[in-house]
Design a protein around this ligand. Structure first.
Ligand code: ADP
Ligand code: MG
Length: 391
């Protein structure tokens, strides 16, 4: 789960990590009064969306008067911001962060991630900050340093000093600051079950102080139950509304951009189904996992969510019932047909528990289900249906 920059900064502030003074605004009037309260004569207005690359896209702007803060906030709130991370559709800006402007002397990159290979928290750092780390990795891989943290020991001072040296921060004062910042971020990262924390840029400002000018946090969704404070930071506006609705019904839905809607049980089978569709020259519109123990209601909800995507031209239901029961799935599909007025062709492949009953229920329903013998057959039939439709 991602959170906004201003939320990440509040979290960091609570751990004693230096961040600029600032606050979030939902309107231009609020932006004005926050800037007034902050004082000073330069402020930064920053679009709050769950995507980076805002600077280049016009989502980070400096204001030199309170009226300018209001004007920029007014322009930004409600605009659709397209950055290289949002996709072509962009994101609508609903809140802006107003913070004091820093006089930047140098920008660094400091990231914490869970490295799946070593199964440990790993620091990724570079003297080249303020630019995309992926770009640095391509152009100048030597400019990136990695430090893996031993969970039994924790983040050691010598590791922080190594990072400091790689960033070119060799004087004692800067090193001391960086060690403190790194240890506090690490503590926050562990406390909150984060998966990723990215400070880009970590800046050295006029006077020598180090401060986090940007902050991105990602948390382990499976651990949210033990962090109600983090869970509260969730912004559903930033998530695909159908994925949110699906999760409310205990379904896993991932939107893709093809035209075959897939209703499957289990992530492995979902992937195999998408592979089979692709192999037959088709494109999946989504990935919908009904999970185990799918009741007829769950199946109906699944059909509805998939059909709400206007790109879907055919449905492919692929169930390998272990905990599930094919007769329940069949009943759910019939219920879906009747309550949702499905007009799309539906290819169904059932296997496993109560498969005979399931097939019989579908057959005897008199509804136009296309039954498939196996996955390959199902994919071929679904692709043929879609191609026939568009031909
Ligand atoms: P993004 O990564 O989405 O482009 P950032 O928060 O990193 O957004 O901002 C882009 C750039 O804007 C930063 O690299 C930094 O140079 C500048 N910037 C951001 N916040 C401030 C601030 N408070 N004061 C001065 N400059 C800032
Ligand atoms: Mg940034």
């Amino acid at each position: 789960m991602n959170i906004h920059e201003y939320q990440a900064k509040e979290l960091l502030r609570s751990y004693g990590v230096p961040v600029p003074a600032g606050n979030v605004a939902f309107s231009d009037a609020q932006a004005y009064s926050i800037a007034e309260e902050l004082g000073g004569d330069r402020w930064v207005v920053k679009a709050q969306i769950h995507a980076g690359g805002r600077g280049k896209a016009g989502g980070v702007k400096v204001a030199r008067s309170l009226d300018e803060v209001r004007k920029i906030a007014d322009e930004m709130i409600g605009m659709t911001l397209v950055t290289h991370q949002t996709g072509p559709r962009g994101r609508v800006v609903k809140r802006v962060l107003i913070e004091e402007a820093s006089d930047i002397v140098d920008e660094f990159y400091l990231g914490f991630v869970i490295d799946r290979a070593s199964q440990r928290i790993t620091i990724v750092a570079s003297a080249e900050g303020g630019v995309e780390i992926e770009e640095v990795a391509k152009r100048n891989p030597q400019a990136i340093i990695k430090e893996t943290i031993d969970p039994a020991i924790g983040l050691a001072d010598f590791q922080c000093r190594k990072v400091a040296a790689a960033m070119g921060l060799r004087d004692k004062e800067r090193m001391t600051q960086l060690v403190r910042i790194m240890k506090r971020i690490y503590r926050c990262f562990r406390d909150k079950d984060a998966l990723q924390a990215e400070i880009n840029p970590l800046a050295q400002v006029d006077g020598g102080k180090l401060i986090c000018l940007d902050a991105k946090f990602n948390f382990d969704t499976n651990a949210l139950y033990r962090h109600p404070d983090v869970n509260e930071l969730r912004d559903l506006d930033e998530e695909d509304p159908k994925e949110v609705e699906a999760s409310g019904h205990g379904l896993n839905y991932i939107a893709l951009d093809g035209d075959i809607g897939c209703i499957v049980n289990g992530a492995g089978l979902a992937m195999a189904t998408m592979d089979a569709i692709t192999l037959h020259g088709g494109r999946p519109a989504n990935f919908l996992d009904v999970g185990g123990g799918a009741s007829p209601e769950k199946v109906t909800n699944a059909c509805r969510i998939v059909m709400e995507d206007p790109n879907v031209k055919a449905l492919l239901v692929n169930i390998f019932a272990g905990i599930n029961r094919c007769d329940w799935i069949a009943t759910g599909l019939i219920q879906a047909y009747q309550t949702l007025n499905i007009e799309l062709p539906m290819v169904v492949r059932l296997a496993g528990t109560n498969v005979e009953e399931g097939r019989k229920i579908l057959e005897e329903s008199g509804l136009p289900f296309v039954q498939a013998a196996n996955l390959d057959d199902a994919a071929a039939k679904a692709v043929a249906t879609v191609k026939g439709e568009s031909a």
